[in-house]
Ligand binder design. Structure first.
Ligand SMILES: NC(=O)c1ccc[n+]([C@@H]2O[C@H](COP(=O)([O-])OP(=O)(O)OC[C@H]3O[C@@H](n4cnc5c(N)ncnc54)[C@H](OP(=O)(O)O)[C@@H]3O)[C@@H](O)[C@H]2O)c1
Length: 408
């Protein structure tokens, strides 16, 4: 890529998550990272005020609207990479992906909108291959911990047993955090898309819906939707709200890698709720709450009341104390044909709330890799594990307080 004015443009720095990513980039550059970066968005005053509050008035501002293709093409031409926190992506993100694919500009985001990722891959992967643009969706809590967690466990399985695990189950064992207004808007928008558009509904419901054409078959079925007692968790489990995103990303990773874990490889996610009757009661409560949220989000008047009175609005989210008090722990349990009857277990742990404190750092690190590193993949549409794999496994513990370790 020819020399460009910036290494990275952070698109949406005035939003709740964008501002946190800006803070992360400032910490990294203050510690000596040689990153030439700018913030971008549609409101110069808001962006200038945020830079001022962060003590970073020297960071340049680039202006544009997410529905102005000319401004976005110009923005994409000025930088090696773009990091986008402007969502719901299905509403505000498509023209930017098109501009990046067309201009050979690397791109990453935080989307968990499977139907939109499917549309972007179908529309822009071919052009990105021609121009050399690396496009990487889902670089937040969905789906970096799942995607890199499974990649890490399989790497360790190969080192230990000489062969990969035939199945991996991820259990959420601890998760403390809250939603922002942008995330709520994205979930509600995805519910609308599933109701209105059969193609979107199909992409979301298909367990291999993000895989390349001709590679959408495998042994995995629908995501867990009821309480289940799971032998690998040694306890009761409930459906996990992000499973319908994360499992699709992990399966796409597997397909893009060329199916190294075997065509019969299985992957699933759920929440561990503990043993005995209390575990069953918790699993039932989580299942009921999820069902109630989906029902309320799909019915007009209930949705209006829930959204206005109970949920955060765009720009709002957990405050700093809540983000710092948050944390998460995921347990990935692998079964390996070389060690029948034994479990290989990896833990992914994060120090801050998963959706914002940890997500902003994970996205920031993904963006830095795209902007500055000579990655092993060419232009195209990649997943976090296929684009960044070993590199992020090294960097996330050091710079995002997200760790990956094997359990004894
Ligand atoms: N995957 C994960 O783990 C994860 C975690 C957190 C968030 N997210 C996702 O990240 C996205 C952002 O969430 P958030 O809570 O940070 O949202 P937010 O606070 O509502 O911020 C939205 C941003 O989009 C900008 N924007 C809206 N319309 C625009 C337009 N037409 N042109 C240019 N910019 C525009 C806003 O600019 P103004 O300030 O000018 O209005 C703002 O900067 C959501 O899609 C959410 O689901 C994902």
């Amino acid at each position: 890529m020819q020399t460009r004015e910036f290494d990275l443009i952070l698109w949406g720095a005035s939003g709740f998550t964008g501002r946190l990513v800006a803070e992360h980039l400032l910490r990294r550059t203050a510690a000596g990272l040689p990153l030439r970066w700018a913030v971008a968005g549609r409101n110069a005053g808001k962006l200038a005020a945020i830079l001022d509050e962060l003590g970073a008035s020297r960071v340049p501002i680039v202006l544009g609207d997410s529905h102005d293709p000319r401004a976005l093409a110009e923005l994409a031409r000025r930088t090696r990479a773009v990091c986008s926190t402007v969502g719901p992506y299905a509403l505000y993100g498509s023209e930017l992906v098109a501009a990046c694919a067309d201009q050979g500009t690397h791109y990453c985001d935080l989307t968990g909108e499977v139907h939109w990722m499917r549309r972007m891959i179908d529309a822009h992967e071919a052009r990105a291959r021609e121009t050399g643009a690396r496009l990487v969706h889902a670089c937040g809590f969905d789906s970096i911990p799942s995607d890199l967690g499974c990649f890490f466990l399989q790497r360790e399985a190969l080192a230990r047993y000489g062969q990969p695990c035939g199945s991996v189950k991820l259990f959420v064992t601890r998760m403390k955090g809250a939603f922002s207004g942008g995330t709520v808007a994205s979930i509600l928008n995805a519910l609308d898309a599933a109701r209105k558009d059969p193609a979107d509904r199909k992409a979301m419901g298909h367990p291999y819906g993000l895989n390349p054409p001709g590679e959408r078959k495998g042994p995995d079925g629908r995501d867990q939707s009821t309480p289940l007692k799971d032998a690998d968790a040694d306890c009761w489990t409930a459906p996990f709200v992000m499973a319908s995103v994360n499992t699709r990303i992990v399966r796409r990773t597997h397909a893009l890698l060329g199916w190294p874990w075997g065509k019969r490889f299985r992957y699933a996610e759920s929440v561990s709720t503990g043993p005995g009757l209390p575990g069953l009661a918790r699993a039932t409560a989580i299942t009921a709450a999820l069902g109630a949220f989906v029902a309320a989000g799909s019915i007009g008047p209930a949705r209006t009341v829930m959204n206005r009175l109970l949920l955060p609005q765009p720009g709002e989210g957990p405050d700093e104390a809540a983000r710092e008090a948050g944390n998460f722990e995921l347990r990935l349990v692998g079964r390996n044909p070389a060690a029948p009857g034994r479990r290989l277990v990896a833990r992914v742990t994060g120090r801050r709330d998963p959706g914002y404190g940890a997500t902003a750092r994970m996205l920031g690190e993904a963006a830095i890799c795209l902007a500055l590193e000579d990655l092993p993949v060419a232009g195209g549409s990649w997943t976090p594990a296929t684009a960044f794999g070993d590199l992020l496994l090294e960097r996330l513990p050091a710079h995002a307080d997200v760790g990956f370790a094997l359990e004894d």
